[in-house]
Design a protein around this ligand. Sequence first.
Ligand code: UDP
Length: 228
Amino acid sequence: MGVNVDCLTMQQAVEKIDFLIKNKTPSIVATANAEMLMFANADAELKNILNGAAMVTADGAGTVWAARYLGYDMPERVAGVDLVTNLISKGYKIYFFGAAEGVAELAAENVKKKFGANIVGTRNGFFTPEEIPKIIDDINASNADILLAALGVPKQEKFLAANLSKLKIPVNIGVGGTLDVLAGKVKRAPRWMQRAKLEWLFRALLQPSRAGRLLALPKFVYKVVSNR
Ligand code: UDP
């Protein structure tokens, strides 16, 4: 479908981020689920951003299935929320940018308590274009190793790409609803559902407003099958 996704284990993905942080050149990391790949299929700007990213992980059972179906050696799912949890517990300096008012702060409090995380700044994800320079200044002043942009797809990827030249943060990751999960506002599927590759169903049941987004899945399967 024209989008490059990295065939990496979680450990390899974390090692790559480690390398990018040491390298210091600001770069974008994306976590691609089926819905994002469908967006990219219809949005050339998003597709270009993903193909120019330093790493695109297979976030979601659909992406892993598609890669394997197309004959690639995709080792496992590298979900954004799991990747973030791994990075947080490694003690990196992280900036939480996104979600509704107060959510980033709550998420920061939770991960500080739970993992002793080093959260160096927070900002909600609702802003006017005029506020962007101040947001970038705040993020840069935090001296973070990692910026988590939780603005939803494709807003977060487009924000990061448009501002990458001004951002001084080595690793910039679009993480969708991850701050809502870390803040305890949205529950993650139980382990058995994650293992049964049914996390997408859990999210749809919990947030019925998302149910319409499920339509992307059969369309994705159809596209992958017809592309092979
Ligand atoms: N969001 C934001 N700014 C916006 C639009 C959305 O910060 O202008 C946030 C929203 O509050 C939510 C996240 O972006 O926390 C998107 O979550 P969703 O679960 O839709 O993302 P997904 O993980 O499915 O990409």
